[in-house]
Design a protein around this ligand. Sequence first.
Ligand SMILES: NC(=O)C1=CN([C@@H]2O[C@H](COP(=O)(O)OP(=O)(O)OC[C@H]3O[C@@H](n4cnc5c(N)ncnc54)[C@H](OP(=O)(O)O)[C@@H]3O)[C@@H](O)[C@H]2O)C=CC1
Ligand SMILES: O=C1O[C@H](COP(=O)(O)O)[C@@H](O)[C@H](O)[C@H]1O
Length: 586
Amino acid sequence: MVTLYSTHCSSSSKAAASNSSIGFYNYHNNLPISSRKFGSQKISLTPICNAIRMQDGAVAASPSKIENETPLKKLKDGILSVRPPEEQKDTFDFDSNKDKSTVSITVVGASGDLAKKKIFPALFALYYEGFLPEHFTIFGYARSKMTDTELRNMVSKTLTCRIDKRENCGEKMEEFLERCFYHSGQYDSQENFAELDKKLKEHEAGRFPNRLFYLSIPPNIFINAVRCASLSASSAHGWTRVIVEKPFGRDCESSAALTRSLKQYLKEDQIFRIDHYLGKELVENLSVLRFSNLIFEPLWSRQYIRNVQFIFSEDFGTEGRGGYFDHYGIIRDIMQNHLLQILALFAMETPVSLDAEDIRNEKVKVLRSMRPLQLDDVVVGQYKSHTKGGTTYPGYTDDKTVPKDSLTPTFAAAALFIDNARWDGVPFLMKAGKALHTRSAEIRVQFRHVPGNLYNKNFGSYLDQATNELVIRVQPDEAIYLKINNKVPGLGMRLDASNLNLLYSARYLKEIPDAYERLLLDAIEGERRLFIRSDELDAAWSLFTPVLKELEQKKIVPENYPYGSRGPIGAHYLAARYKVRWGDLA
Ligand SMILES: NC(=O)C1=CN([C@@H]2O[C@H](COP(=O)(O)OP(=O)(O)OC[C@H]3O[C@@H](n4cnc5c(N)ncnc54)[C@H](OP(=O)(O)O)[C@@H]3O)[C@@H](O)[C@H]2O)C=CC1
Ligand SMILES: O=C1O[C@H](COP(=O)(O)O)[C@@H](O)[C@H](O)[C@H]1O
């Protein structure tokens, strides 16, 4: 085990990491949190403020950020040793305590759906893979009365083992569950959070304490919980971070008010606004695909790209979440966040580095170059009950928690535009819906016609369908494929469209981690790249707020579509207006 306390410039990180046995650390958090392999050596990693994780797994930091805060010493090419900040040295002896750090992770709303379905399983997966720090404690916090044992029983029902790594899984689950505890309390009670603080301290005894709170609760209680957690249960010496789940407001005003309230108790760098689509493998891969392959970046503009499509569909309705959903609708639930975030990553200019702030700066620029969505460029729909094969599927308003006369869209299609030099005039189409015929999420890039194509006559009237299309299938069956034209073998000259296909399940035997695993690990490591900064959020809301208000004020009636169908026909007319065919229907 090599433990070298250093950090380095991101540009040289790959070389340094592949070189060797060198780990990249700083002293900010004083926290060895996990171990990873570089070459053949296992090293312990310590999170770096403002750190970025490199493709090869190395962790790098922005030297500019660190230079301001910590004295640096150049060790060798591109590698800098970082001394602990003076004030920390006074209160904490890093050298003798570096192995004594701990992270307490409190899942606020532990009795809820998301906690059971995603957060606890992701924490277990991280533990199983050896990514959690050596010393950690997990606390569930909610109003429900539960003992530690009851929490463990509840959590154990949702844990699964990696298909490719089943050895010792039962044992690992036991070990993990022993580190899980529960405290029952109100979300607006400082006293109850102070009791939690006391319990956390018992577990942290003698160690350098860092705390992560995951707010897995309905948005109307975010602020109370943040107030109480920050006033009564912040870490006295280490960092305190709060993961905030969406929705971050429901328009510009409520989002800004939420941010203002959060900032009464937390600094921006303590707030981790989660958009779990940013943690999906293929979304992470978008930048790699674009910026590490010479063949794509030169084509990435209005000159070669005809349109880009972001498509999300689910083959189930709002079952069980109708109460929440009716207040938000599909535009706020999926488009304003998940699809727009992917669009920003897709369309941004090359960032200066992979540093979180550099990436987020570029995303904000794209968002601010976009035209606010116009009512004419939106189609909304709502699913109705449908009977198929003897089964009746309920309509949206059949849900008891949804008002019978609800106009909330469960489907929307939209055409957006980026008014900058790269993308002028290119339609960016979005389509998102619940209770459709299939579950999928994909990005489709349709390229222009080949000018003066020698083979045009072979395509006849199907010229549009003969253009290249790049598809990034985010889920399910993660894949990247490129539609090309080729000759059908034989003596004639018949052309065919085929796919050059990178299907992840065929190429990699490893199971793809869940988005929540990556994001939880990043939050523990202080890596902000995949979390939403407040100015990104403002820009995102500015694009959708006017149209959302107009839809509500004008009481626009959504077009009905049957449960399990391909959605309202209006989506085709919208696309056709911009001479586009939805790629998923071709
Ligand atoms: N579920 C999902 O798939 C997704 C959820 N999210 C977001 O994550 C957060 C949590 O979601 P989810 O787990 O589904 O939420 P739940 O409705 O399951 O709520 C979580 C917990 O909060 C407490 N709670 C619920 N309603 C209230 C209330 N009105 N007042 C006080 N406490 C309440 C309950 O715990 P107790 O009664 O024990 O205190 C409940 O177990 C939300 O912000 C949601 O929008 C985001 C993406 C997906
Ligand atoms: O944020 C949300 O996402 C889920 C879809 O997530 P996925 O990872 O399963 O694709 C969606 O069902 C939910 O309505 C929305 O709030």
